[in-house]
Write a protein that binds this ligand. Structure first.
Ligand code: C2G
Length: 138
């Protein structure tokens, strides 16, 4: 009996918080699909990623916990994805707690605790500060 897990995100500047999420998501089943936000959908999410979709996809596909990467192009695709890929478990980090409970009609919904102390935004801020400190205003 196979258990397919799905999760969605931008996964920009992939860091250990993302890996921690992917690792725990995969542990809930035996196949993990990642719906990766396209650059266009990121605009919809008011996010500007450093790495473009193909670069983020290439990196994610190298992660041992990830079995398949599909494009996330809209907020509305989750139900059709769950049906199309026979998904048993939908997983998101706890910052999304409750936002996707409507999917409980189609599959199990699991929110996993976010990893504290790391985020793509923090990485960007640290780099900006360190470069600024080292080279002055650029
Ligand atoms: N995450 C985490 N711990 C962190 C950072 C991120 O557990 N320190 C989780 C988030 O909760 C999310 C996943 O890693 O489940 C991907 O994070 P983002 O790329 O920031 O995803 P987001 O932009 O929130 O997109 O349709 C859903 C959206 O596409 C989610």
């Amino acid at each position: 009996m196979s258990n397919t897990v799905i999760t969605y995100g931008t996964f920009d500047l992939l860091h250990w918080g993302h890996i921690n999420l992917l690792k725990r998501a995969k542990a809930l089943g035996d196949t993990l699909i990642v719906g990766l936000s396209t650059d266009e959908f990121n605009q919809n999410k008011h996010k500007q990623s450093v790495h473009k979709y193909d670069e983020r996809k290439y990196i994610l596909e190298a992660v041992c916990y990830v079995d398949r990467v599909i494009p996330e192009v809209s907020w509305e695709q989750k139900i059709s994805d769950i049906k199309k890929y026979n998904v048993d478990i939908f997983v998101m980090g706890s910052d999304w707690e409750g936002e996707f409970d409507f999917l409980k009609e189609y599959c199990k919904v699991v929110y996993l605790p976010r990893t504290e102390g790391i985020s793509t935004t923090e990485i960007k801020n640290r780099l900006a500060t360190e470069v600024g400190d080292k080279y002055g205003e650029i």
